[in-house]
Design a protein around this ligand. Sequence first.
Ligand SMILES: CC(C)(COP(=O)(O)OP(=O)(O)OC[C@H]1O[C@@H](n2cnc3c(N)ncnc32)[C@H](O)[C@@H]1OP(=O)(O)O)[C@@H](O)C(=O)NCCC(=O)NCCS
Length: 106
Amino acid sequence: MIIPIDKMASAVIDVTPWENSTSLYISRIFVPYHYRCKGYGTKLMETTCGNADKNGQTLYVHPTANYGSNVKRLIKFFEKFGFKQVVNAREPYMVRMPSETRHDYS
Ligand SMILES: CC(C)(COP(=O)(O)OP(=O)(O)OC[C@H]1O[C@@H](n2cnc3c(N)ncnc32)[C@H](O)[C@@H]1OP(=O)(O)O)[C@@H](O)C(=O)NCCC(=O)NCCS
């Protein structure tokens, strides 16, 4: 999913099937540096979570510093949308179960 911001910039989220069609992995969410903290990331997440709820799909994400973000801040960002950290995993990741009650994302 892409949200065009202006002629030069877009916000993007990529989700890929994970293990089977009931799970999706967020392989990328990216808002260009100068456009952050303006709500684009939230819009991408709300749409993705709303679709996952409708389809009964579990979402996974791997918060990473690879794109220059602070991981603790990223974890808080994903927690806002219902993701929970999986502890004791060899590599830390977050999971969000689908909910019939959670989505009033419109
Ligand atoms: C994480 C990201 C998608 C958020 O998009 P956004 O449009 O800035 O988000 P919104 O304006 O909707 O919401 C603001 C929230 O985003 C998060 N955020 C914004 N910039 C961030 C950064 N540099 N690092 C971590 N989290 C960030 C924070 O939770 C922030 O809330 P806060 O100010 O209360 O801490 C954006 O920062 C980004 O593209 N980061 C680089 C790519 C990346 O690291 N992707 C995640 C890989 S798993």
